[in-house]
Design a protein around this ligand. Structure first.
Ligand SMILES: NC(=O)c1ccc[n+]([C@@H]2O[C@H](COP(=O)([O-])OP(=O)(O)OC[C@H]3O[C@@H](n4cnc5c(N)ncnc54)[C@H](OP(=O)(O)O)[C@@H]3O)[C@@H](O)[C@H]2O)c1
Length: 293
């Protein structure tokens, strides 16, 4: 499993899939910090069921992970987001943590566990405070045996390069983070950033998702999770660069601060592949039409 060790859905305390589930029908949720799966004894158990999809019924830890397969070859981009019933992406704390849950976080972890790269917008990094990106030892062994890096690489997309360079994300992640900057980033900001990450500057002021994907694939990073936020995800959808959308519906209203509406001319439809239920949360997996998976 993969960990980032601070509060927030993306920095949420990771959990061990497969450890502590006595009946094979529960997810073991571990609450404290550290890398995923290493936070001490499991403290809560939740029944997790696939209610629509290729299987049905209770899912053990490995079955949850298996419900989010990566294709054998080629680039694949999946988004991972949680939304409330009224479409909010964050709760009153200004992060996704207050609209998430332990089971949602467990599925979130399964989705990113064997990714090559985790792509995040700078606004989400600033709001949610990502911790270090690491993998638990058993997963390191499985990853390296499969030819992957020991942990996913965090990839931050930013125009300003105003990022928390002293955070654990940049100081303690297993793999050196990549930052993809817009062409408008100043020389001073680029120089400062280069001390903390592999800096890649896009040809345009707004970084194109295609540029991000091509950059990662050229480095052998083809299993890509986009963890938002909404602004970055919108660009991936608009440019047709999203293959899979893993969207949790939280059974809660958080209230919206802006008038809902659409900024796009075309509504893009995805196809429902499965629904996992736990504790009133629905973890929905959607695939882009024609993705063939
Ligand atoms: N519900 C969920 O699953 C979820 C997921 C993620 C985030 N969130 C929440 O969403 C909120 C943040 O939303 P957001 O839309 O502002 O997040 P975001 O997309 O992560 O951040 C926007 C910022 O990212 C950079 N950016 C994004 N796309 C870019 C592009 N194409 N080119 C260059 N820079 C780009 C820019 O950074 P610079 O300002 O540095 O130029 C931009 O200001 C927070 O409250 C967070 O907690 C929720």
């Amino acid at each position: 499993m993969v960990s980032s060790s601070q509060p927030g859905r993306r920095t949420r305390a990771p959990c061990t899939l497969g450890a502590g589930a006595d009946s094979g029908q529960c997810l073991a949720q571990e609450i404290s910090g550290g890398w995923v799966g290493s936070q001490g004894p499991a403290t809560r158990f939740h029944r997790v069921q696939m209610i629509l999809g290729p299987t049905s019924g209770d899912l053990d830890d490995d079955a949850v992970a298996a419900a989010y397969p990566w294709p054998a070859e080629g680039p694949w981009v999946r988004a991972m987001m949680v939304t409330t019933l009224d479409g909010a992406a964050a709760g009153p704390d200004g992060t996704s943590d207050s609209i998430s849950s332990s089971v949602d976080k467990a599925v979130f972890d399964a989705v990113r566990r064997f990714a090559d790269a985790v792509v995040v917008g700078a606004g989400t990094i600033r709001a949610e405070g990502y911790g270090a990106m690491r993998a638990k030892p058993a997963d390191v062994a499985r990853r390296t045996a499969a030819g992957q890096a020991a942990a996913p690489v965090v990839v931050v997309v930013s125009g300003s390069l105003d990022l928390p360079w002293d955070s654990e994300l940049f100081t303690a992640s297993t793999e050196r983070p990549i930052v993809v900057a817009g062409a408008g980033a100043t020389a001073a900001a680029r120089a400062a950033a280069a001390a903390h990450c592999d800096l890649v500057v896009a040809p345009d002021e707004r970084v194109g998702p295609g540029f991000v994907v091509d950059t990662l694939v050229a480095r052998g990073l083809r299993r890509i999770v986009c963890e938002g936020g909404p602004s970055l995800l919108e660009r991936f959808v608009a440019d047709g660069r999203l293959d899979e959308a893993d969207i949790t519906v939280s059974p809660a209203f958080a209230g919206l601060t802006e008038r809902p509406g659409s900024a796009r001319d075309v509504v893009r439809h995805f196809e429902l592949a499965h629904v996992i239920h736990a504790e009133g949360f629905l973890m929905n997996r959607y695939l882009a039409p024609g993705s063939g998976r």
